[in-house]
Write a protein that binds this ligand. Structure first.
Ligand code: MLT
Ligand code: ZN
Length: 466
């Protein structure tokens, strides 16, 4: 251990007991990165606080002797928001993973930030209730990270983003002060709502140390339709047909390449016996049997209009889950290709124009790279994944991808969209933030960061610099 590392550890163990400070190479590697690729993990230590007091102690210490802190949840992020590559101290929430309190009258559950999303969903179920935020990484992501990135996922169309479920939170600001924000109130018209500043702030303003989230009555068991389509523009036309007459819980789309990868990596059988250029997955609650009849009429309309070629519909929950596997398995099935990810959004009305432009851009780069498209079309959110050819060097691949992403971001900007719909900005998207936020707005963001974290100890280098 170098002298400075030893000095740092000596300081850290004045706040947390020595067994909860790790500096072994495998811990540094494991806790120093998230699911994004590109940056090399290089933290100086990992600490595992167990209480709000300990976190406050760590922030106080960081301000006093000046070292940077990186919050670490399930590290399932895709923009490098939880990467520690500059000798930071990583603060892991793995030991703050308890559900603290549930209030049946309010339907509010209070959790430590390290609770795994899937565990909260199971808890809600055990109370006959439902936590609506859901995504493929729910088995690993932690609530604190979800809130810090305002995570979206597959149910946004019906239930909104993580933001919509946060009724209260405690934070330790970068100055080391404890704030108790909103306290579970439905109505609270008392000025600035700092809760919403911390949601999506990616750990740059302070640590989220406790959360109060709302649970709701569970939906009726959903019905899922998987549709095969010939043309990308028909995905949006199909969405318009279904949206007009049905209350949808999800409308996802994915390309034929995505389908091929999922089928291959999970050894699934092809639902249609042939690969379509595009697929749409439609989910709706069948709360009175009429909904299924309505869906059948809409399906027929799509067939007659030539938007959809064929489709299958789930007859029970096990079939519904099996159809979701084709969509939810995509990220994992392409992980070995070191994908370069763009996660963009536009208003739904602008999506047809964006898809046209994307087709033009892809006609140039698709000769070079395999492209896997998918996303939450019902939310106007498209995920563009470029796969690294096996013979191409990683550095060269990333440089080429950056050129393509610039073209994509220019198109998004011209349509008033966002260069990061739900994956956040982190390290990876930071150079492109000005495509979605103008300079005046960025200046206010920097001002907010300075206010909450004047010494720049909270996740420095991510989102905005001060
Ligand atoms: C998804 O929609 O599956 C997630 O955003 C993950 C991804 O984009 O890879
Ligand atoms: Zn997504």
């Amino acid at each position: 251990m170098s002298w400075t590392a030893k000095k740092l550890v000596d300081q850290l163990i004045t706040v947390v007991e020595p067994s909860r400070v790790k500096i072994g190479a495998s811990d540094l590697e494991y806790y120093g990165k998230d699911w994004s690729s590109g940056a090399t993990p290089n933290p100086s230590a990992i600490v595992f606080p167990k209480s709000i007091n300990e976190i406050q102690g760590l922030v106080g210490l960081a301000n006093k002797i000046n070292f940077p802190l990186v919050p670490s949840g399930g590290r399932t992020g895709l923009s490098g928001g939880a990467v520690a590559s500059e000798r930071e101290v990583v603060v892991s929430f793995d030991r703050m993973n308890k559900i603290l309190k549930f209030d049946k009258v309010d339907n509010l559950v209070t959790c430590q930030p390290g609770v795994i999303t899937g565990d909260l969903k199971k808890f809600a179920e055990s109370e006959g209730l439902f936590y609506p935020v859901d995504f493929a990484s729910a088995g690993a992501s932690q609530l604190g990270g979800n809130v810090a990135t305002n995570a979206g996922g597959i149910n946004v169309l019906r239930y909104g983003m993580t933001r919509d479920w946060v009724e209260g939170m405690k934070v330790i600001t970068g100055r080391g002060e404890l704030l108790d924000l909103n306290r579970g109130l439905k109505k609270n018209a008392t000025g600035f709502d700092f809760r919403h500043l911390f949601i999506g702030s990616e750990g740059t303003l302070g640590f989220i140390v406790e959360l109060t989230l709302e649970l709701i009555s569970p939906p009726e068991e959903p019905t899922v339709m998987l549709l095969g389509l010939q043309k990308i523009e028909n995905t949006v036309k199909t969405l318009a047909v279904f949206k007009e007459k049905l209350s949808l819980t999800a409308f996802e789309f994915f390309s034929g390449t995505a389908m091929q990868k999922v089928i291959k990596s999970n050894e699934l059988s092809d639902p249609f016996g042939r690969i379509y250029p595009f697929y749409a997955l439609v989910e709706f609650e069948n709360n009175n049997k009429d909904q299924l009849d309505v869906a059948s009429v809409l399906f027929e309309k799509c067939i007659k209009s030539g938007y959809v070629v064929e489709g299958v519909v789930s007859q029970n929950q096990s079939q519904a889950k099996s159809l979701w596997k084709f969509r939810e398995g995509i990220t994992e099935s392409i992980a070995d290709y070191n994908p370069f990810k763009s996660d963009v959004s536009c208003r739904i009305s602008k999506i047809p124009t964006f898809l046209q432009e994307l087709e033009k851009i892809s006609s140039v780069f698709s000769r070079q790279f395999e492209v896997v498209l998918f996303g939450h079309l019902g939310d106007g959110n498209i995920h563009i994944n470029l796969l690294q050819p096996f013979q191409m060097d990683s550095q060269e691949f990333r440089e080429e991808c950056k050129k393509i992403s610039k073209l994509i971001f220019e198109s998004v900007q011209s349509l008033g969209g966002s260069i990061s719909a739900e994956h956040g900005i982190g390290l990876i998207k930071k150079p492109y933030l000005s495509y979605s936020r103008d300079e005046a707005e960025l200046n206010y963001m920097r001002g907010v960061k300075r206010l909450f974290d004047p010494e720049n100890i909270m996740n420095p280098g991510k989102l905005v610099d001060i």
